[in-house]
Design a protein around this ligand. Structure first.
Ligand code: RB5
Length: 149
């Protein structure tokens, strides 16, 4: 699985931590920045990570800002992206099983590193359940087509 990861300055420290965590566990991860604590704009990183997932260069994306809110909103503007802001393990599992999310958003100023590792592990390793959830994903895609045509 190829993973793209990116953050703004508010998510920088957690992004570096999760990047190193995933690399040390053998995952194939590409870092889309930012590369320091200098103030920057989260939509840039949401767009670059999300485009790479939407065009299938990467299988999944992880985006991080201070709260995770802004960067998740921006990621969900990219066609084909289903991004969930997650700060608990139950939602990490459910959003893969039910929503087939392809981008995970985290809040670098909200959750600690240990919880973030657990969330990422669960989110990466949980499969989509399909079945009735396919119909709901298709309805989301219909909205996307209507709104973007
Ligand atoms: C940056 O200060 C902060 O607004 C950003 O990281 C994020 O929390 C926005 O939703």
């Amino acid at each position: 699985m190829k993973i793209a990861i990116g953050s703004d300055h508010g998510g920088f420290e957690l992004k570096e931590h999760i990047l190193n965590y995933l690399l040390s566990h053998g995952y194939n991860v590409d870092d889309f920045g930012t590369d320091s604590l200098e103030s920057t704009d989260y939509p840039i990183f949401a767009l670059n990570v999300s485009k790479s997932v939407a065009n299938k260069t990467h299988d999944r994306g992880i985006v991080i800002c201070g709260t995770g809110v802004g960067i998740s909103i921006a990621a969900n503007k990219v066609r084909g992206i289903r991004c969930a802001l997650v700060s608990d393990c139950f939602s990490a599992k459910a959003t893969r099983q039910h929503n087939d999310t392809n981008v995970l958003a985290l809040g670098g100023r909200v959750i600690g590193k240990g919880l973030a590792e657990e969330i990422v592990d669960i989110w990466i390793n949980t499969e989509f359940e399909g079945g009735r959830h396919n119909r709901r994903i298709d309805l989301i895609t219909d909205i996307e087509k209507l709104e973007k045509s």
